[in-house]
Design a protein. Structure first.
Length: 391
């Protein structure tokens, strides 16, 4: 096998590793916060005000996904073909710059929180920021103090990508950093409510991907003309040289099957919790789905390499993920329970336990010092205040 083949194979392997890393971390990020124990030994709700509750996709949403996606894709195709790509790229550049600031910051905060551990993280002071009109809060944020320091660093990749020096702007490294942050946050905050919804979504987007890639030039033309960080890149070189170009994987081929893999992990956690296991638990559905993703993406790359033509990845990923769930559930004799399980009920319970964003700043301001100006309120809740409230 010549050097060029090894260069290309290394590129496929690197791209596969990035995709699996993104799904693995995003799946764990989608898990609900565990409950800790209070001084009396009883379990307490460990909900952190800084955490955001995810948006669940129902089966009705899943049916609409391919339709909405087709309308948006065809609209972008018409704009690129008949009006040029310059102004649409300009608009999208500003949109993704702003989105990248938030996404990069959130991903960095999640990394730091994981490194210090949840117990120590909750010991940091909380800063609450609210935008109010009269006695009504319009917006409210709650941040631990380390988060305030992480936000500027998390914003750097997006700002450099757009405004940095010419030699670093829109580099493959910055593209991958931003794409990984987008996929991580998408998997954390956009989740499926059941395996039924997941199967509907994967089946619909299977047809969507096949039609727009094999049936028309739409997908390829849009993908090659949009200059935004919604893809992973890996150089076709063992030495990371860029003269031969890059292999590419769109975020849709990570996030869509990734939501299914993340759902499998949450189901494994649900099964373990029902048996009283919380810290560590068996993950048969998660590993089966993740293994199916690796096999499906590997098959995509193999066919693409052999036939030298772009492939719709969901043509292979969707059946692989669906079959992994069905096979695992049937072998374990749990298909009925798994098919009828709904993650939405558990989220609704968590939402009902959590105080509304509008009421929280007012309650905290009565117990802690606050500074207000022009309708913006900053509230600092220190460790002493937390202990006082707990007692």
């Amino acid at each position: 096998m010549d050097a060029a083949d090894w260069d290309l194979l290394s590129s496929y392997a690197g791209l596969l590793a990035l995709a699996v890393f993104s799904i693995y971390t995003g799946s764990y990020g989608s898990l609900p916060a565990p409950k800790g124990k209070g001084k009396d030994g009883k379990k307490q709700d460990a909900e952190d005000d800084e955490d955001e509750l995810p948006e669940r996709l129902s089966s009705e949403d899943a049916w609409l996904f391919p339709v909405i996606g087709s309308v948006l894709l065809f609209g972008l195709y018409v704009i690129v073909k008949y009006f040029g790509r310059e102004w649409i790229n300009w608009v999208l550049q500003w949109y993704f710059t702003v989105a990248g600031v938030g996404s990069g910051s959130k991903a960095l905060i999640s990394l730091v929180r994981w490194l210090v551990g949840p117990t120590r993280w909750r010991q940091y002071e909380t800063v609450k920021i609210s935008v109010s009109r009269g006695s009504k809060d319009l917006l409210a944020w709650s941040l631990r103090t380390p988060s305030l320091y992480m936000i500027p660093f998390g914003a750097l990749p997006s700002l450099i990508y757009t405004f940095g020096p010419s030699e670093s702007r829109k580099s493959a490294l910055l593209t991958d950093v931003l794409a990984l942050s987008f996929s991580y946050n998408a998997l954390c905050f956009l989740t499926l409510d059941s395996f039924k919804t997941g199967c509907i979504l994967l089946s619909g987007l299977f047809l969507y991907d096949v039609w727009w890639v094999f049936g028309t030039e739409v997908m390829v033309k849009v993908a090659t003309n949009l200059d935004v960080p919604i893809k992973l890149l890996w150089p076709k070189s063992l030495a990371f040289a860029t003269d031969r170009g890059f292999t590419m994987l769109g975020l849709g081929d990570i996030v869509v099957p990734g939501m299914f893999v993340a759902l499998a992990l949450r189901y494994d956690q649900h099964r373990a919790a029902a048996r009283g296991q919380h810290a560590t638990f068996a993950k048969p559905y998660f590993y089966a789905a993740l293994g199916a993703y690796v096999a499906g993406l590997g098959a995509t790359m193999t066919v693409m390499h052999v036939f030298k033509a772009a492939q719709p990845a969901l043509l292979y990923l969707s059946p692989a993920c669906i079959l992994s769930f069905i096979t695992t559930a049937l072998v374990r004799g749990e298909f009925k329970d798994a098919w009828t399980w709904n993650d939405q009920a558990e989220e609704s319970e968590a939402r009902s336990r959590r105080p509304s964003a509008a009421s929280t700043p007012h309650e905290m301001s009565r117990a802690n010092s606050s500074a207000s100006a022009n309708g913006v309120t900053l509230t600092s809740a220190g460790r002493r205040a937390e202990k006082a409230e707990a007692s």
